[in-house]
Design a protein around this ligand. Structure first.
Ligand code: FE2
Length: 156
């Protein structure tokens, strides 16, 4: 059985973000499996993977919310930064030989559940609006290009 099961209530309805969040949940399940086997090399490998993936996910999310003009983009970025700092501290302790993987796993689950369900949920409408507007713009641009090519066919 998985350590952490994805729940539909975590979904923001922004597929690119939801898929990244699902990957984070998977990563924590992989960590849980590695902790059970007590394979230190594997645990270390997964911890590095979690940190790298989290950093790129956060960067992607920060760019998206800034582009959407989300008013809390700055404070949201700060939350990400303190989370990365905390996880990196755990990784350092692990590298120094402390048995923190189980504790970290629990903290990751609590933090991510809270963050996705509250902080991320808070930006979803703003980002969705921006994405819809972008799609409308694309359709309008396409229509405009078509109009130009008709004009050229008829009068060019
Ligand atoms: Fe976030």
């Amino acid at each position: 059985m998985a350590y952490w099961n994805w729940k539909p209530s975590y979904e923001l309805g922004i597929s690119v973000i939801d898929n990244q969040h699902k990957r984070l949940v998977e990563y924590i399940n992989e960590l849980s499996a590695a902790v059970t086997t007590r394979d230190k090399k594997q645990i270390s490998f997964i911890l590095t993977g979690i940190i790298d993936y989290t950093i790129s996910h956060f960067a992607f999310e920060e760019q998206l919310i800034a582009e959407a003009g989300y008013p809390m983009a700055g404070p949201h970025k700060k939350l990400h930064e303190s989370f990365v700092a905390a996880v990196s501290r755990y990784k350092k302790s692990f590298d120094e030989g402390y048995d923190i993987a189980g504790q970290l796993m629990a903290e990751l689950q609590i933090w991510l559940t809270y963050h996705i369900s509250n902080d991320d949920m808070d930006y979803k409408d703003c980002v969705k609006k921006m994405l819809v507007n972008k799609e409308i713009q694309k359709i309008e641009d396409r229509a405009e290009t078509k109009k130009k090519s008709w004009f050229q066919t008829l009068f060019g």
